[in-house]
Design a protein around this ligand. Sequence first.
Ligand SMILES: *Cc1c(COP(=O)(O)O)cnc(C)c1O
Length: 350
Amino acid sequence: MPVRDDLRALEGYHSPQVQVRVRLNTNESPFPPPVAWRDAFAEELSRVEWHRYPDRAASELRAGIAAMHGVRPEQVFVANGSNEVLQTVLLTFAGPGRTVATFEPTYQLHGHIARLTGATVAEGERAADFTLDMGEVRRVIRDASPTVTFLCSPNNPTGLEEPEANVRGVLSLAPGLLVVDEAYGQFASWSAMGLVDDELPMVVSRTFSKTWSMAGSRLGYLVGPEWLVAELDKVVLPYHLDAAKQIAGRLALTFVAEMDERVQLIVAERERLAAAMGSMPIDVVPSGANFILFRPRGRSGRAVWQGLLDRSVLIRDCSGWPRLADCLRVTVGTPQENDEFLTALSEVMQ
Ligand SMILES: *Cc1c(COP(=O)(O)O)cnc(C)c1O
């Protein structure tokens, strides 16, 4: 049975897993959610009316997220992970005959999901230091007239924050919708969330997977103009957010202080890691996220990755990805995991 012609050339999304002692490859939180959250969740789960459909609008969850960001519930769209948020945006604004702009290297799924909707992807190039060149932004936007333009801040896999001037610059140049993916926004020094306005064609997406220690629950959202959220609500499948997920998210919002503590600890550990790695023969990309991209000097990235794996430390091997020759990405773990990583890394770099 032939699949769609345009899908045949596509590859799926891969994130290889192996059994290791220290797993620092997928940018999850190294800490489980608070025990009190687990208890409250279990308690509410026992009272779910499973024979009924869940609240289709996820009203309480939306209201909670809106309150946290100081926006109206009508400006919040919630979905199964921010990947489903992005998919819904692209189903609504991309599709056949339309173009989506990305600035590479960036999160692979932006281009991948865009292609799945049948859209063409215009790949702009970042500078050698992975920063965004506004001349290149102008060129891509002039040549491609994208209906959707992606930024990712902090950018995955580089870790770089997009300066506010760049976000404002792209917003003023882009003819269509600007999506700012802030999957790592809480670890950064600023957020584009404050720019969101009903009159501006811009959305900011977030996820519970990284900061909130809830990758297992698949929950993400965006904040954007009210009219746009209403369009997304038409496109997404009815009842896509199950009852358990709505409870999980709503309860998580009552543990903001605990999450902030985790973020502070991870940011402090990130700075400790970056400093230690900087004292080795390694080029470290400045990170505003919970991971660090680096390039060993005088050693192949692949060999360093294998050396770490031989010591049961798994990080992400980006060395074979386009534009990322010899680059590796390590997720910030617990202080003990980070120590083990640094010990293994200094052995491998000897
Ligand atoms: C992890 C990640 C996501 C996906 O998050 P989910 O909410 O788990 O789907 C989105 N964008 C970026 C840049 C990510 O790194």
